[in-house]
Design a protein around this ligand. Sequence first.
Ligand code: NAD
Ligand code: DAU
Length: 339
Amino acid sequence: MVILVTGGAGFIGSNFIYYELDKYAEDRIVCIDALTYAGNLETLEEALKNERFVFYRGDIADGEFVNGVFAKEHPDIVVNFAAESHVDRSIEAPDIFLRTNVIGTMTLLEACRKYGIQRFHQVGTDEVYGDLPLDRTDLFFTEETPIHTSSPYSASKAAADLLVLAYHRTYGLPVTISRCSNNYGPYHFPEKLIPLMISRALADESLPVYGSGENVRDWLYVKDHCSAIDLVMRKGRNGEVYNIGGHNERTNLQVVKTILKELGKPETLITYVKDRPGHDMRYAIDPTKIRSELGWQPETSFDDGIKQTIRWYLDNRTWWEHILAGDYRNYYERMYGDR
Ligand code: NAD
Ligand code: DAU
């Protein structure tokens, strides 16, 4: 089987490539990645040594490039991770989100239609459902929850999901979509909450918590997300959406305090800053469908996963220090300078 993974130099895509290379000795992995600010080829250093892995640098919204890769590699399964993924950046500059997340997805779907595939899997997000109120802990996102987006990021991801379903209905393309809650783990870019707080706490820098810090996210260890995607793309029902989550809800403040405690750093590092515009209050996934249809279960609890993640960031300082030494500093100043 040839599996085309887009966005494989990013956080979840790279974890997925290692998961697949490890689990399936027969499959070849073809990776497409534009290496934007979030893509890091250093992450794929080990994969690049594997003869079952090949990397192409290019843009999923560039039809000529995408068709060229399909013509050469003839993928059986396409898994689309490639995206602009950071909500704060989408609030600053939405246009690239529409180009990559919407036009890019359509370009891949067109190539799938032209060359033929067994399955197109879209890596979606629970953010397409909007948010849940903090005082209704009995409510969860199901696959039937209406799409109700808050940010340009989530709107672009919702548009992509709808295009995928339209290609299924109109052209009969074999597709699946998964919608996962917040991931954490190795190779997470240090602009997102958990790696940002770990790297800043280690440098004794202030930890910027948006608003009151009471917003709730439903955290899933990245390897559990990879095992779920693997199941859905191989065994999920054609044309279906599957929610992925492990009931690990925490407030942002709980997460930040856990990190400080693990690192032996004082809570005085916490600084409350101006809230994110349109900030979603609570995400919480109901994973009943993927559990009952495909037998998926997460293996890592938040308490274990956060310890493993902190350990990884301590053991792999070079990885994130190289990122911090790049354009990240300018970005940080732009985003937090006047907060
Ligand atoms: P990421 O930002 O770490 O990685 C995105 C990757 O896509 C990068 O390697 C980047 O270079 C590449 N890319 C961006 N634009 C591209 C383009 N035009 N052409 C080719 N490659 C391009 O993102 P992530 O956190 O790994 O998320 C991966 C996917 O999973 C995204 O689709 C995201 O919406 C979804 N998702 C993420 C989470 C999460 O918590 N991180 C949760 C649910 C769903
Ligand atoms: O739910 C899935 C989504 O999770 C994915 O689709 C997105 O790609 C991914 O980035 C993530 O989105 P969030 O907006 O939830 O993640 P982020 O790490 O940006 O923020 C997590 C929470 O922490 C959120 O409530 C905002 C808050 N936050 C974030 C940052 C970066 C802070 O309080 N301070 C910060 O500096």
